[in-house]
Ligand binder design. Structure first.
Ligand code: ZN
Length: 143
């Protein structure tokens, strides 16, 4: 099955692990880790092992680049994505999704995507923030 190889490689590098060290930590063999990062396919068992070693949900490893066009707000095709990752002060993050904790996913690169026509900007909330939405008095569900 498909796996987000970019994310696996990123989480590994965040820990300054080589592929070999990831193999040891996850109990997978080195060839498996190499194949996962190169071909972006993994068995469910391998995915579970990686999710556990990175302390994330198995479904988070399914996450693939979603198409960024059209704009979800105005359906424009004129969407621009910043070509670099933004470094933000972690203390600023709670202000960007107020009352939801730190809020932004630690593993998605923080890359702004802006619609040229309406100015709509997108970024991703982490699972903890999302789990608070339905019970928060500060956030309302839109019809
Ligand atoms: Zn738009």
């Amino acid at each position: 099955m498909k796996i987000n190889a970019k994310l696996v490689s990123k989480l590994r590098k965040q820990r300054s692990w080589t592929q070999e060290e990831l193999a040891i930590a996850s109990g997978l063999n080195l060839k498996t880790v190499q194949r996962i990062e190169k071909k972006a396919t993994a068995s469910l068992q391998s995915k579970k092992a990686l999710a556990s070693v990175f302390d994330i949900d198995v479904q988070d490893l399914d996450h693939e680049e979603k198409p960024m066009t059209p704009c979800p707000e105005c359906h424009s095709e004129k969407i621009y994505k910043f070509t670099k990752t933004i470094e933000t002060n972690p203390e600023c993050l709670p202000h960007m999704l107020p009352k939801l904790g730190s809020g932004l996913t630690f593993y998605s690169e923080f890359v702004p995507v802006v619609c040229e026509d309406c100015g709509y900007i997108r970024y991703f909330a982490d699972e903890k923030a999302r789990s608070k939405l339905s019970t928060s008095k500060y956030w309302e569900l839109l019809d």
